[in-house]
Design a protein around this ligand. Structure first.
Ligand code: SAM
Length: 288
């Protein structure tokens, strides 16, 4: 369980999809002059160095943020990709891409006074990084070294009754798939109007292939729940069955604008960071 370190994967194609959507969900919450909470059940380290250590060893960001970075000022770059790149720009000096913001950093830099960020992380090294990173930015941010699935229960419903729950486990253990479904079921019962963003990997594993269907069936069982499901695949599955070839975001109660924005951005992303002829996207949504 403790083998996963997000630093290896920071800024890869899966982070691009995930964080582009998270930025949109936050922008939507920011449209109203009312406070909200963000709960990040699996926070990671918060901010990642792309120029040394894990990131340079894996090179995964080359197929993600590094490929998009030079396109941030191009007129043809879709609006929501630009909004995401603006958040990456916020932790970097001018043109040099040195740092990559994880979801806690993105939320923290977009939040206003009065909004609140609750972070859960279990890994002893990641929690140290996270606490160190936010040491000087304590207002509105609380960090717990705890199981995020369990910790989430105590956060719902958030006092302002507005919020985003981001559930982003490593899925290295198959139990994560089951726990996401169980947590989602219980959480929507407690906080039905919240927005929930679930990330999952596309890998050659039965649990990963069955997961989107299970999420949709779960959403169908819940009264008055809208959902949106987007996937971005950059390459075909490797022959040895190893590796991440794509990922998906499943959103419960998405903003109504998200579908059209993704419909513009996803084909562009396939074109721009797709690696082989298997690169593709899917986009579907259901209103209750
Ligand atoms: N959400 C982060 C982002 O977008 O920048 C990345 C999170 S990373 C995919 C998953 C993290 O979950 C890892 O740092 C791992 O240590 C942590 N983790 C694993 N199991 C956990 C659990 N049950 N509760 C909280 N954190 C957990």
């Amino acid at each position: 369980m403790f083998s996963y370190r997000h630093g290896f994967h920071a800024g890869n194609h899966a982070d691009v999809l995930k964080h582009m959507v998270v930025v949109q969900l936050l922008e939507h919450l920011l449209q109203k002059d009312k406070p909200f909470w963000v709960v990040d059940t699996h926070a990671g380290g918060g901010l990642y160095d792309l120029t040394s250590g894990y990131a340079t060893k894996s090179g995964e960001s080359l197929e993600g943020i590094h490929a998009l970075w030079p396109l941030r000022a191009k007129a043809s770059t879709p609006t929501i990709v630009k909004s995401y790149l603006d958040q990456v720009q916020a932790v970097n000096d001018k043109d040099t891409l040195h740092w990559y913001p994880g979801s806690p950093q993105i939320a923290a830099q977009m939040m206003r006074e009065g909004d609140h960020l609750r972070l859960f992380e279990l890994h002893p090294s990641e929690i140290k990084l996270l606490e160190g990173h936010f040491a000087s930015v304590r207002r509105g941010v609380s960090i717990q070294q705890a199981d995020g699935f369990l910790g989430l229960k105590g956060c719902l419903p958030p006092p302002p009754r507005r919020g985003l729950v981001h559930i982003d486990p490593p899925y290295e253990i198959k139990d994560d798939y089951r726990r996401v479904l169980q947590t989602l079921r219980e959480s929507v019962q407690r906080f039905a109007t919240g927005t929930y963003a679930i990330w999952y990997p596309e890998v050659a594993r039965r649990e990963s292939q069955q997961f989107p269907g299970q999420l949709k069936r779960l959403a169908a069982e819940m009264p008055k729940v809208d959902w949106l499901h987007a996937t971005l695949r950059v390459k075909g599955a490797a022959r040895d069955g190893m590796g991440l070839f794509g990922s998906g975001m499943f959103i419960i109660n998405p903003p109504w604008t998200l579908y059209d924005r993704l419909a513009e951005a996803l084909p562009w992303l396939v074109e721009t960071i797709g690696i082989d002829e298997h690169a593709a996207y899917t986009l579907e949504a259901q209103q209750s």
